[in-house]
Design a protein around this ligand. Structure first.
Ligand SMILES: [Fe+2]
Length: 287
């Protein structure tokens, strides 16, 4: 009788509540179904999984994305890519601050980003995001991941009781990575989702609002809504719920947008940073 697959995966937790490194896997190799299932299980258990030291072609990234669900589609292929790099395959987004001929080649080029869930402004947000590090600065540009489950489970019961069953309103201005005074004016996309989301696969509940995109609780006066949201943001971002990832070239991270949020720290604008990003499509409206 063969040893079961779970035992064949070497999993090391990265923090108390969120994140695990999966060791000993070369993602270029053809992996059997049991290993892929174990990787998927590790992702559901830890919300964020890390593979270090990978050497992935774009095709590999697309294939690995398929372990987690259906590849998310980009409206159009990205046109720009740095000198010496291959043209991007469809549905791979380049996150980069690299500029050529005075033009940024990638999305989300500079600076820090507040905590957010990817695509929360959509009706059916993406289940997952994958990010693969091709070039990283010597310091900064870390990605912080916060467990929405740990935050939900430790939330003040009085706040939880007030918000259970309620929905929140979100919007996202693609032109800005920080909420500014112009919010509401240049909103590009908006949505309404439950304040606490139930995860389809694990059944666990998570706080599902964030400081970058959430603008109000539906059917509450603005002042009360603001106070409750600020309490939720402050609680959700507490350091004990957060894993801070310091990137190395060759890292692949896969995170679950249904039960975690993430942020980016600042980094030197004169150093190159380049990552490839894919997404996994959502399968339902959050509930
Ligand atoms: Fe993001």
């Amino acid at each position: 009788m063969a040893i079961m697959t779970e035992a064949r995966l070497d999993i090391v937790k990265l923090s108390q509540h969120i994140g695990a490194e999966v060791r000993g896997i070369d993602l270029r190799a053809k992996l059997d179904t049991e290993i892929i299932q174990a990787i998927r299980r590790a992702w559901l258990d830890h919300a964020v999984i890390l593979f270090r030291g990978q050497d992935l072609a774009q095709e590999d990234l697309i294939r690995v994305t398929g372990f987690f669900g259906e590849l998310g589609k980009l409206a159009r292929p990205q046109e720009f890519f740095p000198k010496g790099y291959a043209r991007l395959l469809p549905n791979i987004m380049m996150i980069s601050n690299i500029r050529e001929n005075g033009q940024t080649i990638g999305a989300l080029p500079d600076g820090e980003m507040m905590f957010h869930h990817d695509m929360l402004h959509a009706e059916v947000p993406h289940d997952a995001t994958l990010l693969y590090a091709v070039e990283v600065p010597t310091y900064g540009g870390d990605t912080l991941f916060a467990s929405g489950v740990a935050a939900y489970e430790t939330l003040d019961p009085a706040i939880r009781a007030k918000l259970e069953g309620r929905t929140a309103f979100h919007h996202y201005n693609y032109g800005s990575t920080q909420r500014g005074d112009d919010r509401g004016v240049a909103a590009f996309s908006e949505s309404t989702h439950p304040v606490f989301r139930t995860h389809r696969e694990t059944g666990r509940k998570a706080i599902y609002v964030n400081r970058l995109m959430t603008v109000g609780i539906v059917d509450l006066p603005q002042a009360e809504s603001d106070a409750l949201l600020n309490a939720l943001f402050d609680h959700s971002e507490r350091p004990e719920f957060v894993y801070a990832h310091v990137w190395r070239k060759g890292d692949l991270l896969v995170w679950d947008n249904r039960c975690s949020m993430h942020a980016r720290t600042d980094f030197p604008s004169d150093q190159r940073r380049l990552l490839y990003r894919t997404t996994v499509m959502g399968q339902e409206r959050p509930y």
